[in-house]
Design a protein around this ligand. Structure first.
Ligand code: ATP
Ligand code: MG
Length: 408
């Protein structure tokens, strides 16, 4: 029957069961189905099956008591209501019953069918409301959880946007800084260029006007001397101009590494031969190659520029008659090149600035130069994915070490 109410009575006294059954039978109107158990464990087992609409539980249950049963059943998630039946009427038992989870409390022998009917009805309604409240509560918690999750996601997105913006700002700052540096470099270019060009240009001018004064054939020697001076001044100008051009090509990112396979020994000998003609009086470039392998895979043009720069420095910053040692060595996976001189050396405090554009060491101020050569060398080596280091001792000499990776 649909509106039948199933009751489980837990009572260890059969007389009480009979009394309760009779009272239930006397309730008018509704249909009740009564199950009865006297044992605590059996009661628990039946409660777990959840087949009853209401439980009537005796306070005294042998070794256990009704409060214990209610407490355990509620802890296991039973939602149907408990009504505690007890022999005594006092506030303390009532409160204990409430705390354990009983919804009502009836004193044996004092309630009639109407009281019981009312208690059962109220308890069932009350339990239903409680259940609904719990469901609502759970839904609310779920909603709060979802909102919290959404908020956390929104915060995360915001943080990400923030990070992207910050990085963009950094990029802009970097670009601005680069632009500023480029501008400074350009103005230094102009200053240095006008300064460096003045000396050779005035040489050209004075020698040219002197030549025009020599008219006789006897003066051929003197004329020739000035022609040589003009030639050397123009050569000087060409070198400086080339350096400037190299610098701007590097700045524009137009220097590329184009490796090819060639004989390093033959190539180096040619460079040495060219350079030998340009060194000071009595200076000699001694070349030595170590190992049996002679072929390498490198950018020839860049390497030639690097060697010319390092060799001309070695000559320029050494006295007449000194020796310049050039060595090459090929090992599996790498090429090593050193340029060693017996020159003036580099003062230790200047070591850290050596590769900065336009930088010139304290002991080189009265030797002509723009301070661009080593910066160019360094940038070429970087383009070639190589490494450049040096060691130097004042008034004893300097050694530059180059190394480049080689395909296995
Ligand atoms: P240039 O641009 O014409 O080459 P530079 O020789 O002055 O001018 P770098 O070649 O860049 O410029 O060298 C920078 C500085 O490093 C030089 O001014 C010099 O002080 C120092 N230096 C470079 N090579 C040597 C060396 N072999 N011995 C001593 N000092 C050196
Ligand atoms: Mg130089």
């Amino acid at each position: 029957m649909a509106d039948q109410i199933r009751i489980l009575l837990v009572d260890d006294d059969e007389d009480d069961f009979v009394i309760t059954r009779d009272i239930i039978q006397d309730i008018p109107g509704r249909h009740y189905h009564l199950d009865w158990t006297a044992s605590f464990p059996e009661a628990l087992g039946l409660i777990r099956k959840r087949k009853h609409d209401v439980y009537l539980v005796d306070f005294f249950l042998g070794a256990h008591d009704g409060l214990e049963l209610i407490t355990q059943a509620v802890a296991e998630g039973t939602t149907a209501p408990f009504i505690l039946l007890t022999g005594q009427t006092d506030r303390e038992t009532d409160e204990k019953a409430m705390r354990a989870g009983a919804l009502d409390y009836l004193v044996k022998g004092t309630f009639n069918p109407y009281d019981l009917e009312r208690s059962i009805r109220y308890s069932i309604e009350h339990a239903k409301s409680l259940c609904e409240i719990q469901t609502l509560n759970a839904q609310l918690e779920q909603r709060v959880e979802e909102r919290t999750q959404e908020l956390a996601e929104a915060i995360q997105k915001l943080e990400q946007t923030n990070r992207i913006l910050y990085e963009a700002q950094l990029d802009i700052e970097k670009a601005l800084q680069k632009e500023k540096e480029l501008n400074e470099l350009k103005s230094r270019f102009v200053t240095t260029a006008s300064h460096e060009f003045r000396t050779p240009l005035s040489t050209v001018l004075s020698s040219a006007s002197i030549i025009s004064r020599y008219k006789t054939t006897e003066e051929d020697d003197k004329r020739l001397k000035h022609v040589e001076r003009i030639k050397s001044a123009v050569q000087n100008l060409t070198v400086i101009l080339n350096d400037f051009l190299s610098m701007s090509r590097i700045e524009e990112g137009k220097v590329y590494n184009i490796p090819s396979r060639f004989n390093l020994v033959g190539f180096t000998k040619e460079v040495v031969e060219d350079m030998q003609a340009l060194v000071k009086e009595g200076q000699r470039i001694k070349f030595q190659h170590r190992g049996s392998e002679e072929f390498v895979q490198l950018d020839k043009q860049l390497l030639k520029n690097i060697l010319i720069n390092l060799l001309s420095n070695a000559s320029k910053y050494s006295a007449e008659g000194k020796t310049i040692h050039l060595t090459t060595a090929i090992t599996p996976g790498s090429v090593a090149i050193t340029v060693q001189d017996e020159g003036i050396g580099i003062p230790t405090p200047d070591h850290t600035h050596l590769f900065t554009p336009f930088f010139r060491a304290q002991n080189a101020t009265n030797i002509q130069g723009t301070g661009l050569g080593l910066n160019i060398v360094k940038r070429y080596v970087e383009v070639m994915e190589g490494a450049l280091t040096f060691t130097s001792a004042l008034d004893q000499g300097t050694t530059f070490h180059l190394s480049f990776p080689q395909p296995a």
